[in-house]
Structure formats: C-alpha cells, structure tokens
Ligand binder design. Sequence first.
Ligand SMILES: NC(=O)c1ccc[n+]([C@@H]2O[C@H](COP(=O)([O-])OP(=O)(O)OC[C@H]3O[C@@H](n4cnc5c(N)ncnc54)[C@H](OP(=O)(O)O)[C@@H]3O)[C@@H](O)[C@H]2O)c1
Length: 270
Amino acid sequence: MTTLVTGATGNTGRHVVAELIGRGEHVRALTRNPAAAAEKLPSGVELVHGTHTAPETLDAALDGVDRLHITVTAGLADVGPELVRRAVDAGVRRITVLWGGAAGPVEQAVADSGVEWVRLEPQEFMSNTLTWADTIRAEGVVREPYDFPSALVHEADIGAVAALALLDDGHSGQVYNLTGSESLTPTERIKTLSRAIGRDITLVPITYEEAVERLTSSGVSRADAEYVVGWYAEPPADAVTAVDTVERLTGRPARTFDQWVAEHADRFVG
Ligand SMILES: NC(=O)c1ccc[n+]([C@@H]2O[C@H](COP(=O)([O-])OP(=O)(O)OC[C@H]3O[C@@H](n4cnc5c(N)ncnc54)[C@H](OP(=O)(O)O)[C@@H]3O)[C@@H](O)[C@H]2O)c1
C-alpha cells in the first residue's frame, strides 16, 4: 500500500510521514525540493518532485497510490478540487485533509469525493512558538498584541491522528478537532520557555497595527495578516477549549507544551 503525503516537509507533514514509516507503510512524499526533503525526512521515504498546487502534473506521483494526505497550503484553494478529482481517478481510496484553518473548497471537495475521507481540524500548532525564537535569542523579549489562551496542539499528535485515520478503519467521514490537553496564554508559555532556557523573557505588548505590519513586512498579504491577528484578538471557542480527541484516538495523553519546549529549547538559545 502506498500513501502520498503532500506538505510532507512541513511542520505537520513530516510527522505524518514519520508515523506512517513507523507503522511500516510505503510513503511517497511530494516536495518541490527533493534534495532538501532528503535532509528532513527519514530514509525509506520515496521522494517525488512536484507540488500539489499543480495537480495536472501529478499523474505519475499518484500512480499506484491508495491513500493520500493533503496539507492545505496557500494557493491550493483554487486547484485543490482538481487534485482530489485526479486522485480519485487514479484509484486513491482514502483521503485525509489537514484543513487550512477553515473548511474551504479543498476540504469540501474531499468530503464530496466519494471515497473514504477524514478532515483534521487542528487548532493552533505549538510550532507557532518558533516565531518568538529570534527576539528571544537576540533580546530576551516576545512582542505580542494579546495575552489570550490557546489550546496549542503538538504537531506530532496531528501526525499520529493522520496516520491512524489513513491506516485504520472506522474513521471515514469524521471531522477531528485537535488540541493539546491545556489552554495556555503567551505569559504562561513564556514562563515555560524561560525555565527551560534559564533566561528571563519579557512579554512586550504591541498594537494590532504593529502586529499586522510585522506580518505584511514578512511577505504575508494584508488580508491574511488581518485574519491572523484578528484570530488572536478574538480566538474562536474551539481554539481556547482543550478537547480529548488525541487521547481518545491514540490511547495516550496529548503531548504537552513542556514536552514541545524540551524538544525545541535549542532554537531559543544562542
Ligand atoms: N500554524 C497553525 O497554528 C495552524 C493551525 C491550523 C491550521 N493550519 C494550517 O496548516 C497548514 C500548514 O501546515 P504546516 O504548517 O504543516 O505546513 P508548512 O510547514 O507551512 O509546510 C507546507 C509544506 O507544503 C509544501 N508546499 C507545496 N506547495 C506549496 C505551496 N504552494 N506553498 C507552500 N508550501 C507548499 C512545502 O513543502 P516543499 O517545500 O518540500 O515542497 C511545505 O513544506 C496551513 O494551511 C495552515 O493554515 C495552521
């Protein structure tokens, strides 16, 4: 059985790949840069050059594939339904889709595909904390406009749920809201980081506009930047409420933020 993973080198995709490999599956990873992907992914993964945002080029990548994991990324909304159609035509029998933060055309195309499907709706990733790494290393500060809680989920737990949804029966048609086991404010996360790296870290408030400009100056469109900062200003109820989906499905507690920090502490030092 072959599983094609799109977004395989990303924050969550690499965990999807690792979980599938760990269960003895043959994994084909779609990447725009196979040389870089080889550094990030375990040996044994078949690397295929391509991008899911050009589905008309993916017939070879889809050849012989039974299961498909789609990571919704920028640029996929328009062409995602075509990717789903080609996958089904190629014989894919089960699809998992990691949502883009809202159920859009790709997520709908998967639900309408006629094959088995599961939608993963993680809330905020713990890896968003990496956006603090530069200023913590340089100045010992974090600049954020809001201090509201978020039930952050560990990317490895998203990978674990994706793998079982791809490989095990009984999940078809499910929409899984995924969070960690606790809801934490930036202040609480900073305390954990501070303990782990042995350095005081100060939370410095910035305005909504400064937060939007920070994103636009890094290449994010104004509309996307306003969406992201607006999300933090008024996080949806699902994002602040910890649920037990990970534990219920995997049979073990969701990974904690302390654990994530222990795994990534070196990124905040130096
Ligand atoms: N961050 C959060 O808190 C959060 C929460 C919920 C949902 N989400 C959603 O999760 C999705 C991202 O997941 P992720 O963080 O695991 O992915 P990611 O780290 O952003 O990586 C996505 C991967 O997709 C591949 N890719 C192929 N075509 C691409 C394209 N046109 N543009 C960008 N990447 C492309 C890239 O691999 P190659 O370079 O190897 O080709 C890249 O490594 C987004 O849709 C986001 O909205 C995020």
